[in-house]
Design a protein around this ligand. Structure first.
Ligand code: FES
Length: 127
């Protein structure tokens, strides 16, 4: 799966929103650091978090077991299966929020916003 990623902190910096229809178009046409925006491939049997780490990125995590939500991402296009989830309420998964530590891409391409632990609703969840 080919993943296009964007750092949630960039949204804050530029006044963008997760619901902006043209979020990734804006990201692609803005001079962003490769840490904040770019693409990588997820290999079979890699979770999204493992793929990011194996490609040299340091995405947030803590438990790696579906219990803390530090690894949360917002899936903008595509789908990420999440076999283990002990933390995200259904109203968040309904909005496309997923855990990257055990989340496996289910689509050929995906657009995800990572570093979602700074989303106010998620801050409230953290233990
Ligand atoms: Fe804790 Fe993913 S790292 S839920």
């Amino acid at each position: 799966s080919r993943v296009e990623y964007l750092n949630y902190e960039v949204l804050d910096d530029y006044g963008w929103s997760l619901s902006d229809e043209d979020l990734f178009e804006k990201a692609a046409t803005t001079q962003l650091d490769v840490v904040d925006y770019g693409r990588f491939l997820v290999r079979p049997h890699e979770s999204l978090l493992e793929a990011a780490e194996n490609r040299g990125f340091a995405w947030p995590f803590a438990c790696r077991g579906g219990a803390c939500a530090n690894c949360a991402v917002a899936v903008i296009t595509g789908e990420l299966a999440m076999p283990v989830n002990h933390i995200l309420p259904s109203e968040m998964s309904d909005r496309g929020i997923r855990l990257s530590c055990n989340g496996m891409p289910m689509t050929e391409t995906m657009q995800v916003v990572y570093n979602l632990k700074h989303l106010p609703e998620l801050d409230d969840l953290q233990l």
